[in-house]
Design a protein. Structure first.
Length: 563
């Protein structure tokens, strides 16, 4: 959970970009506030005019001036509303873009600690941030400006009314800062409880088989009740603070109204204030302290805005991959743009023991360019592949790609030529989109990749062919077909290094063997590294490297026939 200062700082960073439009909203608000004094001043003039004998012509002129000013004020209000709407749209796009960038580059260390699909739910708070920001800019800022301008007018009427202003400011400060102590913390706690409830519902939706038995159902309902109770407690804690602020504001409203009436009446009796000035002062104060009757709602919007910023910060503060920007060897990886298989050198490579990654101890090995290597034993988490891709950093040692230290390579450029397939990962889009992912891919290359994994006939039989739209989970394809499609994407990208992290073990033995037989053919210009526990697949590779307790213990030269 971020501190209040961090949330303010993060919010100010985004608002600073829009400071020109925010200043416009404030300027419009000042104009509206100044023009709002037209009504009480007009009433004062009208009362004084009636007191000394009214004429029709001054009344008509006064009415027309007031009509013009009120109309102009409404035009400013409409412009203010338009600018705030533009701010809302841009805020959404900026936060969406920033979150996308953070998720694209999130480090594996962060993935080890949090479940990102659930964490992404916090982006929904951008809508709350939009709405609350609009309320505060349109209403709260208006109340503040109108109050300050009104107080300034009262101060010109009489020194006692200046004292009234100062007392009113002190009472409002007491309501905001003393009665509201801890309000932001309880708002964040309530928001956190809300997302815990959402995560629980997601878990139930994702595990339908757990809901079958009576005992499981009872347990799940009990857990749901506990989560709901926790939310209610958090909501009650926050409402306690919000409620006392609301009661305090309403009390100040009542006291200010009655105090001004009594004080103003006494000043009229003492001839220190005219009747017109008293009526004008009452109108000004009524407009000023109207905001106090809505202070509870305004503060609720403010607390929601800060809680939303707290939740969005979970996404915006995600740790990022350390991308090496050095161009020292930008052209030294056998001209990285050329489709040639890379040589991999693992030099004294080590990773400490952890629940989140594999233990590696002083690994020294060279994977020759164009080799077909199978590895297994003690590398179930695929950390060796993560190191080669630069997703993790070793505790000691280093990796060279074509005899260039990976730390001196632009990793983004490198990953265009090294592909890792670990899980069936698909996007919501067409089959063609899932195969190309933005690369230029003609129909022959697409069909060749699909044929290599046994999907060409299936895709051709679909009503929309390769234009068939897939859901995030791959529907209407089965899990096995999603695995094949992920492999087809890797084949279509024609990488210089192809790493398969037990993905073939998810397929039946026969189709897995057929696919691997295609992958190990010498005409394919890639270095293949396969992690598998399937002896039949290991036999299709040139070499078998065995790890045990973090150490490389055996290298077996395989005899491949017919390849």
């Amino acid at each position: 959970m971020n501190s209040v200062n961090q949330n303010f700082s993060r919010l100010s960073q985004f608002l600073d970009i829009e400071k020109i439009d925010i200043h416009s909203v404030i300027y419009y608000g000042i104009g509206i506030g100044v023009i709002s004094l037209a009504t009480p001043v007009a009433v004062q003039a009208l009362v004084n005019s009636i007191a000394f004998g009214a004429l029709f012509q001054p009344l008509l002129v006064l009415t027309m001036i007031l009509l013009f000013l009120v109309g102009f004020s409404n035009v400013l209000a409409a412009l203010q509303f338009y600018v705030v709407d533009m701010l809302q749209r841009r805020l959404f796009v900026r936060l969406f873009d920033a979150t996308t960038q953070r998720l694209l580059d999130v480090s594996l260390g962060a993935r080890d600690k949090v479940y990102l699909p659930e964490l992404v739910n916090r982006f929904l708070d951008v809508v709350t941030l939009q709405k609350t920001m609009a309320v505060l800019l349109l209403e709260a800022v208006g109340y503040v400006l109108q109050t300050l301008i009104g107080m300034l007018l009262l101060a010109f009427y009489h020194p006692l009314l200046l004292a009234f202003d100062l007392v009113l400011i002190a009472l409002i400060a007491f309501v905001l800062f003393v009665l509201g102590k801890g309000g932001m913390a309880t708002a964040v706690a309530q928001s956190k409880a809300k997302y815990e409830a959402l995560a629980w519902l997601e878990g139930i939706a994702a595990t339908p088989m757990l809901n079958g038995s009576r005992s499981n159902r009872v347990f799940l309902l009990q857990q749901a009740e506990a989560i709901a109770r926790q939310y209610l407690l958090a909501a009650a804690d926050h409402f306690r603070i919000l409620s006392r602020q609301n009661v305090g504001a309403l009390t100040v409203h009542a006291l200010a109204n009655t105090a001004l009436l009594g004080l103003g009446g006494w000043m009229v009796i003492e001839r220190q204030l005219s009747l017109g000035q008293l009526i004008a002062a009452e109108l000004v104060v009524s407009a000023m302290i109207y905001g106090l009757t809505r202070l509870g709602k305004t503060l609720d919007s403010f607390y929601e805005m800060m809680a939303s910023m707290d939740k969005l910060s979970y996404l915006l503060d995600l740790p990022q991959n350390s991308e090496t920007k050095s161009s020292l060897h930008s052209d030294s990886i056998t001209h990285i743009s050329n489709p040639e298989p890379y040589q991999l050198d693992l030099v004294n490579l080590s990773l400490p023991k952890s629940l989140h990654w594999d233990h590696l101890e002083e690994i020294n090995y060279t994977v020759p360019s164009g080799a077909r290597i199978a590895i297994n034993g003690g590398i179930d988490k695929g950390s060796l592949f993560d190191l080669i891709l630069g997703l993790r950093s070793p505790a000691s040692g280093y990796i060279c790609i074509n005899q260039v230290d990976i730390r001196d390579i632009n990793l983004r450029a490198l990953r265009d030529h090294i592909v890792l397939v670990r899980e069936p990962e698909l996007i919501t889009g067409s089959i063609h989109d899932n195969l190309s992912l933005g690369r230029s891919l003609d129909i022959d290359e697409l069909n060749q990749a699909l044929a290599a994994v046994g999907l060409r006939e299936l895709v051709s039989a679909l009503p929309d062919g390769s234009n068939t739209i897939l859901a995030q989970d791959g529907q209407p394809l089965s899990f096995e077909e999603c695995v094949r499609l992920s492999l087809a994407r890797a084949i279509a990208s024609k990488p210089s290094v192809l790493m398969l992290d037990k993905i073939l073990d998810r397929l039946p033995a026969l189709p897995a063997s057929v696919i691997l037989e295609y992958l190990v053919r010498p005409e394919h210009a890639w270095t293949l590294v396969l992690a598998t526990d399937n002896p039949g697949l290991i036999a299709l590779c040139e070499r078998h490297i065995v790890f045990e307790k973090g150490k490389l213990v055996e290298i077996v030269q395989m005899q491949r026939e017919g390849l």
